[in-house]
Design a protein around this ligand. Structure first.
Ligand SMILES: Cc1cc2nc3c(=O)[nH]c(=O)nc-3n(C[C@H](O)[C@H](O)[C@H](O)COP(=O)(O)OP(=O)(O)OC[C@H]3O[C@@H](n4cnc5c(N)ncnc54)[C@H](O)[C@@H]3O)c2cc1C
Ligand code: FES
Length: 542
């Protein structure tokens, strides 16, 4: 949370505010006991919850109220107004909730011609609601093994705990560090604004306290779906009753002479990002191969470190395939304004210690090369175990694979998407976390279909783009608003059907698009856990 966000604004809600100043289905930002608090009015109900998103600290009063939930404007986390619970990733922790009292001004009884005044007071902070334990049945697994310590694996482990699961949870990760905020590896972490510790999704204590047995540097070499056990590369075995495969994706490697030289880098893990930071401290001139999201985020972060930067890519307009020609051209100009030079319509044919040779004959001097030409799902284990594969691990809407009690989530999973009617696989952080959450609940017997609308974001310099939906193929990209002024949305359609919307600094519109898509596929949009509290009404002579 930045310092600005901890600054208090609006009224002191402990001193009371008139009910009439809170719009129906609207919010009022204030504070109580030194904390930002948001009052939310829904018909006859009033709620008071912490006003700062527990993910990256967005102001929740700028979000969208949907049923008895609020959605975060930045990355679409969802909190219950009743309990404060983080109902949807990427937020993991709840927001605080507060007791609210409405006091009627009894003076009105004696002067009935005067309008009655109702004053809302925020009282004490309420205890966090106890997690509702999912009932244990004969089918509840005794032990769950999760392969993968990334977004999906971590979210699954956390969800099992939150659901009150009392069995054994083992998380096996090939990474050397605890689950991390992977998107930040090309952003704040690379630019130098986030530390290693702050980049972990949870500290080690969290896993200890929740009895999640995390094994790092634990690469799984084989899965035996008949004996229900996995074997690590070091020979150790772990038996499972339920297994979640969340092995993510791995960078596609460049196949040209010199591609294995030590100054050629890829970016997927914390170790990759650390190596890149170390190299950038000595380098002067960088060539980024690939104008992907990761390539361009790396360019942005390394420009922040003052390096001379060149981007090489085969397309004529970066990002055109996903975001359309106008947004792509805009992104190119943005990078050029920040001093990046593009070499488009060509590819790298060789790398040596001094530079990169391009297909068009150009030779670019470089003492650091970063390759970002895409990723492929890490499906080797699944293939060897005989699971159904379809350009990823094929799962049904419950995220079950073709093997009994084996689930898959995150970048490896291809699932039946209700919006497009196709089986899709995406590489988005929030999707991976939400799939991890859904898979965990299904492991416990919930039978919850995965029907979340895909969402991703990118940050380059001071530009943020959010994208809702999924348009692998589109034939129309209609811009509404002013792209140059960075205030617009772009709707992607195929055969007239709206499939996705990208937002440039129009957060609320992104949330509305998400709800619109959810309604289109018949998903319940405003949900919450029961048992929370709204306002109490009292009368007091004022
Ligand atoms: C630099 C970077 C920036 C990104 N930025 C964004 C962004 O801005 N927005 C966005 O939406 N998405 C972004 N993404 C994508 C997002 O991070 C991924 O979609 C997400 O991390 C996928 O989660 P996952 O759990 O499926 O896989 P991962 O997070 O990759 O985790 C996979 C885990 O599996 C482990 N593993 C693999 N094989 C084995 C094995 N055999 N045995 C044991 N463990 C194994 C790995 O060690 C790792 O711990 C970014 C990705 C990167 C790399
Ligand atoms: S800041 Fe709220 S979801 Fe990211």
């Amino acid at each position: 949370m930045s310092e600005d966000q901890t600054k208090l604004s609006g009224p002191d809600l402990e001193q009371g505010v008139e009910l009439s100043v809170i719009p129906d289905n609207g919010t009022l930002l204030g504070h109580a006991r030194g904390e930002p608090v948001m009052l939310v009015r829904r018909g006859t109900e009033l709620f008071a919850i912490g006003a700062i998103c527990t993910h990256y600290g967005a102001p929740l009063e700028q979000g969208l109220i949907v049923g008895d939930t609020v959605r975060c404007p930045w990355h679409h986390a969802c909190f219950s107004l009743r309990t404060g619970e983080a109902l949807r990733a990427p937020a993991r922790d709840p927001v605080s909730r507060w007791d609210v009292e409405i006091v009627h001004d009894l003076a009105h009884q004696f002067t009935p011609t005067q309008p009655t005044v109702e004053t809302v007071y925020v009282r004490e902070k309420l205890e966090r609601a106890a997690p509702h334990a999912w009932p244990v049945t004969a089918a509840t697994p005794q032990s769950v093994v999760i392969i993968g310590g990334g977004a999906a694996g971590n979210a699954a482990a956390e969800t099992l705990c939150r659901e009150g699961y009392a069995g054994r949870i083992t998380l096996l990760s090939a990474d050397a560090v605890l689950p991390c905020d992977r998107p930040n590896l090309s952003k704040g972490y690379l630019a130098g604004t986030a530390t290693g510790l702050s980049n972990l999704l949870r500290p080690a204590k969290f896993y200890r306290d929740n009895q999640i047995d995390v094994r790092l540097n634990a690469r799984v070499a084989a899965i035996d779906t008949v004996a229900r056990q996995v074997q690590l590369a070091d020979g150790n075995r772990h038996a499972y009753d339920a297994l979640l495969l969340a092995t993510g994706a791995e960078p596609i490697h460049l196949d040209v002479p010199g591609a294995k030289l030590p100054h050629v880098h890829y970016l997927r893990t914390v170790a990759d990002s650390q190596a890149l930071v170390a190299a950038s401290l000595l380098a002067k001139r960088v060539v980024v191969i690939g104008a992907s999201f990761i390539g361009l985020e790396v360019a942005s972060s390394l420009r922040a470190r003052g390096l001379d930067l060149h981007v090489v890519a085969p397309e004529s307009i970066p990002m055109q395939k996903i975001l359309g020609p106008q947004v792509g051209a805009f992104i190119r100009r943005l990078h050029e304004q920040h001093g990046v030079t593009f070499h488009l319509g060509t590819t790298a044919t060789a790398i040596d210690a001094h530079g990169v040779t391009l297909k068009n004959g150009e030779v670019l001097t470089a003492d650091l090369v970063v390759v970002g030409i895409g990723v492929k799902p890490a499906i080797t284990l699944a293939q060897q175990a005989g699971l159904n594969i379809d350009r990823g691990v094929a799962v049904n809407e419950y995220l079950e694979t073709s093997a009994p009690s084996v689930y898959a989530a995150g970048d490896i999973a291809r699932w039946p998407d209700r919006l497009t009617g196709e089986s899709i696989r995406v590489e988005h952080f929030v999707v991976a976390e939400r799939q991890g959450q859904t898979a965990a609940r299904n492991i416990l017997g919930r039978r919850e279909p995965f029907a979340a609308i895909p969402f991703f974001w990118t940050e380059q310099y001071d530009l943020g783009i959010a994208y809702v939906g999924h348009a692998e193929h589109w034939d129309e990209a209609a811009i509404d608003g002013d792209l140059e002024a960075r205030n617009c949305s772009v709707t992607y359609r195929h055969d007239g059907k709206k499939l996705a919307e990208a937002m440039i600094h129009r957060d609320l519109e992104g949330l509305r698009a998400e709800v619109e898509f959810e309604r289109a596929i018949g998903v319940e949009t405003g949900f919450s856990m029961m048992g929370g509290e709204s306002s109490k009404t009292a009368s007091r002579a004022a």
